[in-house]
Design a protein around this ligand. Sequence first.
Ligand code: G3P
Ligand code: MG
Length: 246
Amino acid sequence: MSSSWSFPRLIAHRGGGRLAPENTLAGMRCAVEHGYRAVEFDVKLSADDHPYLLHDDDLDRTTDGHGPARPKTWAELARLDAGSWLSARFAGELLPDLATIAAYCREQGLWANVEIKPCPGREEETGALVSAAVATLWAGGEEKVLLSSFSETALAAAQQAAPQLARGMLFEVLPPDWAAIAARLGCASVHVDGERLNAEQATAIRSSGYRLLVYTVNNTTAAERLFEWGVDGVFTDALPELAALG
Ligand code: G3P
Ligand code: MG
């Protein structure tokens, strides 16, 4: 990845953070309305291998569907209401596929972090097929997209399927061998939980040549401290509160 690679330092988490249903087109529009130029969202594969947006393994929390997402086809998922759970104002907001969100991001010039979030047991194929889809959907605009995952298996498959795309390894806690993992996967960035990151770790990551992104940062003081540590970007649910730091 070229050293000129850059992205906005405020990234709207799951689209609209707290203000809109997560991982929906309404969420991405909300980010834009609040002046955000970067979004993060979670992508899975349907049972028939169609990439779409959803965070959880199950449908219950954020849609009107029930049970595990894994056995559902895209035809079944595409009918789900993914907005009513948050507010009646978002009733009828559909569960979006990756192509719909990619088209919106490209039309708006938004920078996107596509988090590969496989259904359990589908890590390798999700990494391969989602990264291949991203390569097609962002063709000619690859500098505007970054893949990431908590799954090493998924990122290794992405590296194989679409080596030209930037990758970031997600950690809940930075393990002692983080640098070996990031190097093996050819990562451009390392993504860490802000509650479990310290200044020394931030310095070590930055001085090893990786960009450092931190989730999920919902208060201005915490974000300012992280930027002082050299953090390159923060994911936030608190869009209006952090907007002034952009
Ligand atoms: O990619 C950053 C952040 O989204 C990781 O956690 O659980 O919100 O997907 P999660
Ligand atoms: Mg995520």
